[in-house]
Design a protein around this ligand. Sequence first.
Ligand code: ADP
Ligand code: MG
Length: 571
Amino acid sequence: MSGKVETHEFQAESRQLLQLVVHSIYSNKDVFLRELISNASDALDKLRLESLRDGDLDADTADPHITLETDPEARTLTVRDNGIGMSREEVKGLIGTIAKSGTAEFVRKLKEANANKDAAASADLIGSFGVGFYSSFMVADRVTLVTRRAGEREGTRWESTGEGTYELEALDEAPQGTSVTLHLKPTDTEDHLYDYTDVHRLRQIVRKHSDFIPWPVRTTVERPATDGENTSGERTVETLNSMKALWARPQSEISEDEYKEFYKHVSHDWSDPLETIHTRAEGTFEYQAVLFVPSHAPLDLYQQGGRRGVHLYVRRVFIMDDCTSLLPNYLRFVKGVVDAQDLSLNVSREALQQDRQIQLMHRRLVKKILSTVAALREKDNERYRTFWREFGPAVKEGLLSDTDNRETLLDLASFPSTHHPEEQTSLRDYVSRMKDGQEHVYYLTGESRARLENSPHIEAFRAKGYEVLLLTDPVDEVWVDQIREFDGTPLQSIAKGQVDLDGGAEDKERTEDKQRAEEFEPLLARLRGALSEDVKDVRLSSRLTTSPACVVGDAHDITPNLEKMYRAMGQ
Ligand code: ADP
Ligand code: MG
């Protein structure tokens, strides 16, 4: 006997997101199928892995595959897999909730774009967020998901029209894995192009977006009868994808589109990658890797718990989708697949970190990525600038953690400076512009460029024609302390006492300060009392020109920016 039907509300952010997806004009609706097949493929990967790890798992692993079933009369399309499936709680957590950090921010921006009827901006946003399963609602007005987790007895039916609520029902009988049935919107079937019950269309879409999926994507094809009389033809099962592992194919035979589609599958991102790196090593330890630099930073790049790492395969067998041992944390935005020849299939996460082969691959992959970025700077500065804008602050963390590549990283980096109002400069270019007699690379750290440019310290340097780097990322405060020089030229903060370009003014200022301090002491004392819970001290400031007050850290306190950064780095 099946359980009763319960109605649940979507979590607030998911509800808003769905609303926006349903009403957004995302031009390429075909991608919903890529998303569903991608999820099904992940579910088959997970099943294989789980049955490998857990010999007692009561699961059917005989013929892992994905099927597309159509019903032109009922106007439905079903994507079915016999993978890992979901428990009831997983359905609620994974399908009823958007677990991605940054969703609220995304929803706010998307609302704004839709309010302004800005279809391009809205498409851009959805593209850079990637709405996954929810993209079903771009083509369907009702979606039914039936699932049973491998090893469990009870199944779950989930159904929603994409509005405020969804239904849940316990099922006594359900096949292992997941089926997603889309009740296609009528508007999408008027035009042949959008008839997702048409096998030709499905074949086209699968070949275009999902060809490399390592599991068969099957559908039943009806061949027209040949005798002209009989209308019911012969039914055959056709596999729509070639299933070839992309990374194992020769580079010269892979088109740019194929790389792009593969990127979208491994990254869950809908936009194109900025850069693709396909590399392999042969000999004592063999591996193949396809790595991607995304074209935009994920919303959670500086938060913990975000998606990290590359997919690790061992001889074509999927091992994990978040292998963080292969790349350093400062390259955590790099996506892709590494397939290693000589690792054990049972290798544990802990063992991976100690593994000598992994360490060797790690070293080589880092070198490869950094040299690719360096080459990008030379041959395609526009794209390098995108790279640095999106990922620079993360890459600069490597200046602290990756001493082996410190020189390379310093050479890769760009910094805003007083030389140009918008363009950033490399350290090498800075040095080449140094004035006669200038012995230091000067810099100033702070929260924003505008604030730094108004700093009284800068005036004197401007007057002398000395360029000053304006360092505004939290991480800058740390690396400048540890890396004291670039290529033999010492780095020097212009906010520190010993840099004194205006000489004699000091003494006079000090006496003035003292007088003012006495005058304001009663006020300061009262403020200290009132704010004693929140601040250590209240002082008169000479650094402010227009603002009445500001909160400053002690020299040894960590700043709020830094605190944020350390948290992101997991410290
Ligand atoms: P993403 O794939 O980026 O995680 P989705 O919205 O596509 O986001 O899917 C959300 C989650 O729902 C997946 O991470 C997965 O845990 C679960 N899920 C979706 N489809 C399936 C499926 N066919 N089988 C098992 N789990 C699934
Ligand atoms: Mg997905």
